[in-house]
Design a protein around this ligand. Structure first.
Ligand SMILES: *Cc1c(COP(=O)(O)O)cnc(C)c1O
Length: 235
């Protein structure tokens, strides 16, 4: 594989995506600094992923714990790793020393197990609560109506710090159809935020992927998780 051709192709893709992010920020009346691109590397090799920090992208998302561990060993230690896929409790120990943020906390059982292990390590861990906003049976996440019950329980956590909500909209040919999902996630976030105090801040909304990130930004996304449009067809 020609690493230098891949590098310039990726650089061009990043420039394009960043331009689209900036335009969406403008349409939504958002500051560009308020939105972080999390580059998703689940479909590429560690070698390809290592081009990202070379090109100035330090926020990288992986969906599988073992794959995150594998790539983390091959990339600079200064990468901020985002776990965006389902986390089983027996994999917590693997990822805890490495992750910057876990986007995919989808059950109270997982939250409890995370608090236990974070306490043992005396390590604060930033998490997002995944919401199954589109209510698809195949998707993980809390049902929206479960969120109010979470507030009193979250207040008891010390090392696990809730920083916001995450969702995946149902795929739609026309991304405009995802807008109500993103708007709803923002409202649920605002409601839950008003019931929590430090260290739980809920400033983040992790929503928007290759197909729908511009709509998500217009509706308040602070993190967009993008894979396909960065890597598709790269040499
Ligand atoms: C794969 C994945 C993404 C990236 O999706 P693309 O459509 O490839 O941009 C974002 N979030 C999650 C949770 C994923 O699993």
């Amino acid at each position: 594989m020609n690493q230098s051709a891949s590098r310039s192709a990726l650089q061009a893709r990043l420039a394009e995506v960043n331009e689209r992010i900036a335009a969406a920020c403008q349409r939504g009346g958002r500051r560009r600094e308020a939105v972080t691109l999390v580059a998703v590397t689940k479909t590429v090799t560690a070698e390809m992923a290592s081009l990202l920090p070379e090109l100035g992208v330090w926020d990288i998302g992986e969906s599988r714990p073992q794959e995150l561990v594998r790539k983390a060993a091959a990339l600079p230690a200064t990468v901020r790793w985002h776990l965006i896929g389902h986390l089983q409790r027996n994999k917590i120990r693997l990822v805890l020393p490495l992750v910057h943020m876990i986007h995919s906390v989808d059950s109270w059982r997982l939250l409890t197990a995370l608090e236990e292990q974070a306490t043992a390590r005396r390590q604060a861990v930033s998490v997002l609560l995944e919401v199954n906003a589109s209510r698809e049976a195949a998707k993980h996440g809390f049902a929206p109506e479960e969120l109010p019950e979470l507030a009193p329980r979250l207040r008891e956590l010390r090392f696990v710090q809730a920083r916001g909500l995450m969702t995946m909209a149902a795929f739609a040919e026309d991304p405009e159809r995802c807008r109500p999902t993103f708007a709803a996630l923002r409202q649920w976030r605002d409601r839950l935020r008003s019931e929590l105090t430090a260290p739980h801040q809920l400033e983040h909304l992790s929503m928007g992927m290759s197909n729908d990130f511009e709509i998500a930004i217009e509706e308040g996304a602070t993190m967009v998780r993008i894979g396909t449009i960065l890597w598709e067809g790269l040499p």
